[in-house]
Design a protein around this ligand. Structure first.
Ligand code: ATP
Ligand code: MG
Length: 494
């Protein structure tokens, strides 16, 4: 951030925002850019959206933009969205919030012509600045100083501000995490004292702030120093900390090390909860229940559930196994699991067992990438024979067709047969003959790896001889040994 004085600071407003301000001011309504866009511009990052604050009432704003597409988004809060040259701008009337009796919403809001009053109702000093292309920065609460020093500070008296709206407690942690800021001690003490009030906040709003906080570069510090706030919204993590404090600290470090991807980081944050849900060894389901309780979107919950369920699956540089994993999990999840494992493995020490596992993981990742370059057959749709080919070769219509295709896919994944039409047809017909002799159903080659899947979906080989497909020999025993060893390692401290 530039070290200019407030008067010299300039922000390049996008043309539509400039036009909106000019249009409103031509009608006599003082207006400016405000909040997050001013903060982000001063930090030198691209704002996600540009919010305009104005002395015009919503009705007057609607009138000013009569020639444009307008959406009365939040008339109750004084907000009109206007579409200018394809850019949606939220234009909100300067307002003062009335009393809050429920820790959530003001009982009333009233409009004001004063920008200063509007800025005073905003949550943190860094969010309470406004910028006008001619008049420059309006900063009544030392927001610029706090931005330079990297601190989140309440506008006004913290207790009163958090009592008004408890969501601000989680917002403070979100800004600390996303901007990698600290929190001013009086603000922080007040947050810790009042975080019980988060109970009164709608879970969707908590999930929205939490989701953003989790992917911040300062996650570990923000939540490490303010853990009771996280424990308030996810009590199971509090339990984890109470029973296994070292594992909780390790969890924070693991999340911090991971790429800022929501699914991945949530899987790391909640993945160790298996340790506190005795009687429920399915960590994935537990993580899913926590997220569902917070009303996170269903597709995100499912993705995290799957990642947690597979977190202990061994990923090691063995071509056939990698091919099967790419097929079973899909390319995206496979590489997410690689990143998840890496975040769990990377520890300060460079030698020893973890360094070896890390090196093995790196090799597995490059091997999987090389494998994908070959455009391998990974799914039924990639097979060189289709159902119609089997019917033409005399297989009767019915479940056998699907069963045989699945069987062929297993053979191809195991690299026992090439993905060529003639080779596959021959294998299918041979299999049929064998089935007719023995009266078997066509089976998924996955099952030819004699054994059972354990709770994490890992095949645990048993001692039975193979059923004529793959030989469950050294490789599978190596997988099992690896899994057991890794599961144990992970429970140990970094
Ligand atoms: P982001 O980059 O996440 O959008 P933002 O600062 O724009 O950050 P918003 O949630 O979009 O955050 O809110 C816009 C502005 O409204 C904030 O900058 C702040 O001034 C004000 N604000 C938002 N929520 C609150 C709140 N709960 N209490 C007080 N002021 C708030
Ligand atoms: Mg915003």
């Amino acid at each position: 951030m530039k070290n200019n004085s407030a008067a010299d600071l300039t922000i390049a407003l996008p043309a539509p925002a400039m036009r909106a301000i000019a249009l409103l001011e031509r009608q006599g309504f003082s207006s400016c850019a405000v909040g997050g866009c001013v903060r982000d511009s001063l930090l030198g990052s691209e704002p996600g959206d540009w919010d305009i604050a104005t002395a015009a009432t919503p009705a007057q704003t609607m009138e000013c933009f009569v020639d444009y597409r307008r959406i009365a988004t939040g008339l109750r809060h004084g907000t009109v969205t206007v579409l200018l040259d394809g850019m949606p701008l939220e234009i909100t009337t300067y307002r003062v919030d009335g009393v809050y009796t429920d820790s959530r919403h003001p009982d009333s809001v009233h409009y004001t012509g004063s920008l200063e009053e509007d800025l005073a109702r905003r949550d943190f000093t860094i969010n309470a600045m406004a910028y006008h292309p001619a008049r420059g920065l309006a900063d009544y609460h030392n927001g610029l100083r706090d931005l330079r020093e990297g601190v989140v500070t309440c506008v006004g008296e913290p207790d009163r501000r958090f009592e008004e709206d408890a969501l601000r407690i989680l917002r403070a942690v979100r800004f600390a995490s996303c901007l990698n800021f600290s929190i001013a001690p009086p603000t922080r003490q007040s947050m810790l004292r009042l975080c019980g009030r988060l109970e009164r906040i709608a879970r969707e709003r908590i999930a929205a702030e939490l989701g953003r906080a989790v992917v911040g570069p300062g996650f570990g510090r923000a939540f490490g120093e303010n853990a009771p706030i996280l424990f308030q919204v996810i009590p199971a993590l509090g339990e984890l900390n109470r029973r296994y404090p070292a594992l909780w600290r390790q969890t924070l470090r693991q999340v911090d090390r991971a790429a800022p991807e929501l699914e991945l980081r949530l899987a790391l944050l909640l993945g160790n909860l298996g340790a506190v849900c005795a009687g429920n060894p399915e960590g994935g389901a537990f993580a899913g229940a926590v997220l569902r309780g917070l009303r996170f979107p269903g597709n995100l919950v499912t993705a995290v559930e799957k990642l947690v369920a597979l977190r202990d699956a061994a990923i090691y540089p063995q071509r056939r196994e990698l091919r099967r994993q790419l097929s079973d999990w899909g390319e995206r999840r496979f590489f997410q699991l690689v990143r998840l494992r890496r975040a769990r493995l990377e520890a300060p020490e460079v030698h020893g067992e973890r360094a070896r596992q890390r090196e093995e993981l790196d090799r597995a990742e490059s091997m999987a990438k090389a494998l994908l370059e070959e455009k391998p057959c990974l799914a039924l749709g990639d097979l060189a024979v289709k159902g119609g080919d089997l019917l033409a070769a005399g297989v009767p219509q019915g479940p056998q067709v699907g069963g045989l295709l699945q069987y062929l896919l297993g053979l191809v994944l195991a690299e026992q047969v090439e993905n060529r039409r003639d080779a596959l047809l021959e294998a299918a017909l041979e299999r049929r003959k064998k089935m007719e002799r023995t009266g078997d159903a066509p089976c998924n080659t996955n099952l030819l790896l004699k054994g059972r899947k354990d709770l994490r979906g890992i095949i645990v080989p048993d001692k039975a001889k193979d059923a004529g497909g793959l030989s469950p020999g050294k490789d599978d025993n190596a997988v099992w040994r690896n899994n057991t060893r890794k599961a144990f390692d992970d429970l140990m401290e970094d």
